[in-house]
Design a protein around this ligand. Structure first.
Ligand code: G1P
Ligand code: ZN
Length: 544
């Protein structure tokens, strides 16, 4: 095999964001772009000599070609082995599990732009996960980024493509490539955590469900586990065959993008339970008949009932949520007498807490829920845990939610996204808010009294690393809260996110229209920030 050292020069703007490096597919396909980034990852983790890596992706356009490039580079850099999902497929949680199961000391390379659309004119991404199976911490992503700025060569080799379709061992130079069934190990893990017999009995008793895989990677997992192992009727899984452009859709499981499922669940013959997952299978959406469960509420519900599943029968050690996620889970944690941590946005901040055993469950408002079984959020796991709880309690989704709110109050919640905003204008919004914060405590904005206003900083309780500038928080005295932050995952312009929350404990007001309940805090946040005037918009692009 012919080893090659290719001279290259740094490419501007290879800074990984909230979840790895995400760019337009065309950018990734441009000369040296992927190679530079992959070599920077290898260099940033002190090389891959003799190491084992897990490689797989969500099946989007360029997934297979990128995998061949990565395999050749891994071999040229001296890796001992790459474990690759058949046809290049691995969901993000399954990849995380494999890294842990197979003790892959080189970690994992996950090819995905998550819920962003796929295709030659859409998005691509690459994320590095460390040997604990979780997204690389900032110390590592910073090293990778620093390397991208000075890189002058990368290593590859001339070799035939690996046949990604054939399960088994192949070799690429001195490196072993093991192609594995992407579903098998993951399904075995799920069997240990949730009670498959109980769920099988639930389906056998006529319980109905619709799972929308959104033409993305979860399709094969859902077919095998839900329709195969758990006996849900054929047709329970829709859009279950992964396609390179996700059926030209936007594989983001929220009410805005999963319209098909929303309509099914709000129709007269809606099934008992509905769920969807995103491009790479780490996000989830939960629905009951006529009911949408916000991700923040889902985390609270799973925390309240996790002990019903075998994997959590001894209870939950603690929980964590990202700062903008609603405080619903805080109220459950308080009742259970367990710790509750508030972290910056991005799954990587949960890693240390999970590794240290401080938290068992964690989640984000952006449709991410997970536990210590892997080091990523896990869409299908959340769905299975919900099924376990539904089977044990014999309650409907609507009844479970009403019980949760009656006991803890309801945190009405919404996120406003202003997309593709001019970056300078987006920065102006945040920069404009910052100097106002110290004066705000006690002030009234549009009838709401501010209790606390700050810019969120986080000191990791385990390694004491500090992350500043993680979003602006306005907490009001009546249980309302508004949070502003800039997205770290967009591929075009800037995205401003405004997160709104309002606690309601009055039992007669637990089933109101969220947008009405949130109108006061929305007006206060918009007045204070002048957001829409600065960016020249009159409404957000997406409300979830
Ligand atoms: C978004 C979500 C965040 C999530 C990330 C990766 O990041 O808000 O919760 O961890 O995607 O899935 P953002 O674009 O807000 O930086
Ligand atoms: Zn995702």
């Amino acid at each position: 095999m012919l080893m090659q050292t290719v001279q290259t020069t740094p490419i501007a703007d290879q800074k990984p964001g909230t979840s790895g490096l995400r760019k337009k597919t065309a950018v990734f396909r441009a000369s040296h772009f992927l190679e530079n980034y992959v070599q920077s990852i290898f260099d940033g983790i002190e090389g891959v000599l003799g190491k084992t890596l897990v490689v797989g992706g969500d099946g989007r356009f360029f997934n297979d070609i990128a995998i061949q490039i990565i395999l050749r580079m891994a071999a040229a850099n001296g890796a001992a082995k790459c474990i690759v999902g058949q046809n290049g497929l691995l969901s993000t949680p399954a990849a995380s599990h494999l890294v842990r199961l197979r003790q892959a000391d080189g970690g994992g390379l996950i090819l995905s732009a998550s819920h962003n659309p796929g295709g030659p004119d859409a998005d691509f991404g690459l994320k590095y996960n460390g040997p604990n199976g979780g997204p690389a911490p900032e110390a590592v992503t910073n090293k990778i980024y620093e390397r991208t700025k000075v890189i002058d060569h990368y290593k590859t080799c001339a070799a035939d493509d690996i046949d990604l379709a054939i399960v088994g061992m192949q070799t690429l130079g001195n490196m072993t490539v093991e192609i594995i069934d992407p579903v098998e190990d993951y399904a075995a893990l799920m069997q240990k955590i949730v009670d498959f017999d109980k769920i099988r009995a639930l389906f056998a008793g006529g319980f109905t469900m619709c799972f929308d895989a959104m033409h993305a990677v979860t399709g094969p997992y859902a077919h095998t586990i839900l329709e195969g192992m758990l006996g849900a009727p054929k047709g329970t899984v829709i859009n279950g065959i992964p396609s390179t452009d996700f059926g030209k859709g936007h594989p983001d499981p929220n009410p805005a993008w999963a319209k098909v499922l929303m309509n099914i669940m709000h129709s007269t013959d809606a099934p008992d339970f509905g769920a969807a997952s995103d491009g790479d299978g780490d996000r989830n959406m939960i629905l009951g008949r006529g009911v949408y469960v916000t991700p923040s509420d889902s985390l609270a519900l799973l925390t309240a009932h996790a002990n019903l599943a075998p994997g959590y029968q001894d209870g939950v050690a603690g929980v964590a949520r990202s700062m903008p996620t609603s405080r619903a889970v805080d109220r459950v944690a308080e009742r259970l007498g367990i710790g509750c941590f508030e972290t910056p946005t991005g799954w990587k901040f949960f890693g240390n807490l999970l590794d240290a055993g401080k938290v068992t469950l964690c989640g984000e408002e952006s449709a991410g829920t997970g536990s210590d079984h892997v080091r990523e959020k896990d869409g299908l796991w959340a769905v299975l845990l919900w099924l376990n709880i539904l089977a044990e309690t014999q309650r409907s989704v609507a009844e479970l939610m009403m019980d949760l709110w009656a006991t803890h109050g309801r945190c009405y919640y919404a996120r406003f996204d202003y997309e593709d905003v001019d970056s300078a204008k987006a920065t102006e919004v945040i920069d404009g808010l910052r100097p106002k914060l110290p004066m705000l405590a006690g002030a009234r904005i549009g009838g709401l009294q501010v209790q606390m206003a700050d810019e969120f900083s986080y000191v990791d309780p385990v390694d004491r690393s500090r992350s500043d500038g993680q979003g602006i928080r306005l907490v009001f005295e009546n249980g309302a809260r508004a949070v502003f932050r800039l997205s770290g995952t967009g591929t075009q312009g800037a995205t401003i996110r405004l997160y709104l929350e309002q606690l309601e404990t009055d039992h007669s007001r637990l089933q109101e229209d969220p947008q009405k309940v949130l109108a006061n805090v929305r007006d206060a946040a918009l007045t204070l920030s002048d957001l829409e005037a600065i960016i020249g918009r009159t409404a957000p692009d997406v409300i979830t």
